[in-house]
Design a protein around this ligand. Structure first.
Ligand SMILES: *Cc1c(COP(=O)(O)O)cnc(C)c1O
Length: 380
C-alpha cells in the first residue's frame, strides 16, 4: 500500500490539459475551414518544422507524411532503394525502423550496438558492408544522438546513403547541428508519445536535398504533381499528413524547446538521485540528448524484474524499450540478415528499464521513483 498518487509511465491527458485552449482553437480552425487534406496547415507546419530543425537561414526542407514508418519508407523509396539492396541498421530499435526497410523491399542487415550509448556500433556497421549495401539507417535512440561521424565516412567511402531515424530525437544535436540534417535525410514520427507528438499519427521527412524531397512529395500522394492531379508521374501511395494533425503539431512545436528542457532537467535530477547500482544514461560530449526515454540498466535480468515488480507494487509505471530484439521476433527473424555478434543488443534487452519521464512529471515524482529504486535495491 502507498499513500502516494500513482506515477504513470506516461500521461498524455496531462499533456493535453496543459495546452487545452490552444489545441482546441487549432482544431476548431481546421474543422470550420472545410479543408482537411494537404492545405494551409500542412504547408505551414512543414515550413515551421523545417525552420525549427534547420540552421538559421538554412536550406532544410520538410514533407509531412502519415507516420514515422512511412517517413522511413518514403525516404528509402525516394532514394530508389528496394529489392536486391541491403540496408544496415540496428536490431535494438523500434520495430518500425526495420519494418520500413522490409516494406521498401530491401533486406535489413542488423548490427550490434555500443552498450554504453545503445546506438549503432560503427565498427559493426563497417564489417557488415557488402557490394549490395545501399544505405545505413542510424537511430538516435531514446533521444541520444547516434555517433554519425564514422558512419558519414563509411557512407562517403562506399557510396552509401545515411538516413537518420529521428523518431525519438526531435531537437537533439551533434556539435550544435540538429539531428536529421547531418545525413542525407532525416525521418521523424509524431506518434503521440514522441517529444513532438500529434494527437494521432504523423511523420515527416527533412533534408537539404530539394530533389529528394520532391520525390517524397510525389510518392506521398499517388505520384501526383500539383499541376497534374489524377495523373501519376510515379507509382506512389497515400501517406498524407492531415490538416488537423498539422494544426495541432503547429501548437505543440511552439512548446517543443521548453518541453525538451523540462525533460533534460528531470533527467539531470534522476542522475543525481538514482542509486549507483543502476547505470544511468549519459550525454556524450558535444551532443545534446533530449531524453525521449530515460533508460537505466540493472546489473542482471533478475534484478531488472525485481525492480519492475517492486515499482509496479507502488503504482510506479515502467516499460522496456525493447524487450525482444528484432532479429529474435517471429515476424522479422526470417526477413533480416544478422551481421556479426549481437551480444550487446541481446544483453541490453534483458537488463534495461525505462523510468517515467515526460514534461509534466514533477521533480518530486522523480525523487520518489529514485527513492523507491534505492529502497528496492537495499531490500533482500
Ligand atoms: C516511433 C518510432 C518510429 C515509427 O514511428 P510511427 O510514427 O509509429 O510509424 C520509427 N523509429 C523509431 C526509432 C521510433 O521510435
Amino acid at each position: 500500500m502507498t499513500a502516494h498518487a500513482p506515477i504513470p509511465f506516461n500521461d498524455l491527458r496531462a499533456a493535453f490539459a496543459g495546452r487545452r485552449d490552444e489545441l482546441l482553437a487549432a482544431a476548431a480552425r481546421v474543422l470550420e475551414s472545410g479543408w482537411y487534406i494537404l492545405g494551409a496547415e500542412v504547408a505551414a507546419f512543414e515550413a515551421e518544422f523545417a525552420a525549427w530543425c534547420g540552421p538559421v537561414g538554412g536550406s532544410v526542407g520538410c514533407v509531412g507524411v502519415n507516420s514515422g514508418t512511412d517517413a522511413l519508407l518514403l525516404a528509402l523509396r525516394a532514394l530508389q532503394i528496394g529489392p536486391g539492396d541491403e540496408v544496415i541498421t540496428v536490431s535494438h530499435t523500434a520495430v518500425a525502423t526495420v519494418s520500413a526497410i522490409v516494406l521498401a523491399g530491401a533486406t535489413p542487415v542488423l548490427v550490434d550496438i555500443d552498450p554504453a550509448s545503445y546506438t549503432m556500433d560503427p565498427a559493426a556497421a563497417a564489417a557488415a558492408i557488402t557490394p549490395h549495401t545501399r544505405a545505413i539507417i542510424a537511430v538516435h535512440l531514446y533521444g541520444r544522438p547516434a555517433v554519425l561521424q564514422p558512419l558519414l565516412e563509411l557512407a562517403a567511402t562506399h557510396k552509401l546513403r545515411l538516413i537518420e531515424d529521428c523518431a525519438q530525437a526531435h531537437g537533439a544535436t551533434i556539435d550544435g547541428r540538429p539531428v536529421g540534417t547531418i545525413g542525407d535525410v532525416g525521418c521523424f514520427s509524431f506518434y503521440p508519445t514522441k517529444n513532438l507528438g500529434a494527437l494521432g499519427d504523423g511523420g515527416a521527412v527533412i533534408s537539404t536535398d530539394a530533389e529528394l524531397l520532391q520525390r517524397v512529395r510525389l510518392l506521398r500522394e499517388y505520384g501526383w504533381t500539383p499541376a497534374a492531379r489524377y495523373v501519376s508521374q510515379v507509382a506512389g501511395m497515400n501517406s498524407r499528413l492531415d490538416e488537423l494533425q498539422a494544426a495541432l503539431l503547429r501548437v505543440k512545436l511552439t512548446h517543443l524547446a521548453a518541453d525538451n528542457e523540462a525533460r533534460r532537467a528531470l533527467a539531470a535530477l534522476y542522475r543525481a538521485r538514482l542509486p549507483t547500482e543502476l547505470v544511468a544514461p549519459q550525454e556524450a560530449p558535444g551532443t545534446r540528448h533530449v531524453y525521449h526515454l530515460f533508460v537505466v540498466r540493472a546489473a542482471a535480468p533478475a534484478q531488472r524484474e525485481q525492480l519492475r515488480a517492486g515499482l509496479a507494487e507502488q503504482e510506479i509505471g515502467t516499460a522496456v524499450h525493447y524487450p525482444v530484439p528484432i532479429h529474435l521476433q517471429p515476424g522479422y527473424a526470417p526477413l533480416v540478415r544478422v551481421a556479426g555478434s549481437l551480444r550487446h543488443t541481446e544483453a541490453a534487452a534483458q537488463t534495461i528499464l525505462s523510468l517515467p519521464l515526460y514534461p509534466t512529471l514533477a521533480p518530486a515524482q522523480v525523487e520518489r521513483v529514485a527513492a523507491a529504486l534505492a529502497a528496492l535495491l537495499r531490500a533482500p
